[in-house]
Design a protein around this ligand. Sequence first.
Ligand code: SAM
Length: 196
Amino acid sequence: YVFGKKRATDVAHMVWEHVVQKGDTVIDATCGNGFDTLAMLNLVADDSHDGHVYALDIQKDALDNTSLLLEKSLNSKERQLVKLFNICHSKMNGVVPRNALVRLVAFNLGYLPGGDKEIITRSETTLLALEAAKRILMPEGLISILVYVGHPGGREELEAVESFAAGLSVENWICCKVQMLNRPCAPIPIFFFRRR
Ligand code: SAM
């Protein structure tokens, strides 16, 4: 229930729960400290379903943090279902098996919490990655983007994401954004749902 959620990440996770099914393949395009990766694995896998999470980040520190969190939180069978890649998300097509049906591609933009605030997602590569996500997403799949506007470049990135949405056809896509009007700097969850 969206109004019970205080954090934008919780809003995004709640929407994922309504779209993602056990056994699905999903992509965490910005794994950072691994919290989204872990939430995704819990959505796609259980005792009888082996869904897969492909998690990407350009920073080795982020992959190390994600790895540590997964080691602490998952058993060895679950851990094998998560594949980590130290690459830019614009190259996501190269890491997911060619025949995979991808249900969710999630972006949590900005910088690594607790890390170097100068290393941030950039509009140019974010747009390339959104194009890549669009190409590999299955019908009834979701691209989820959390945009931060409080740091330099954040508002420009929001504009880039919104202009990308404007190019998605009304027949095939439902695009929406959840903006907290009394919190002007709150992160903004944006969703592109592919109808077919
Ligand atoms: N999802 C993470 C979590 O649950 O902890 C938080 C992600 S953090 C806000 C943003 C991450 O995006 C950083 O770790 C940063 O290194 C990564 N990043 C920046 N540019 C990237 C790119 N071009 N490709 C992949 N990751 C990138």
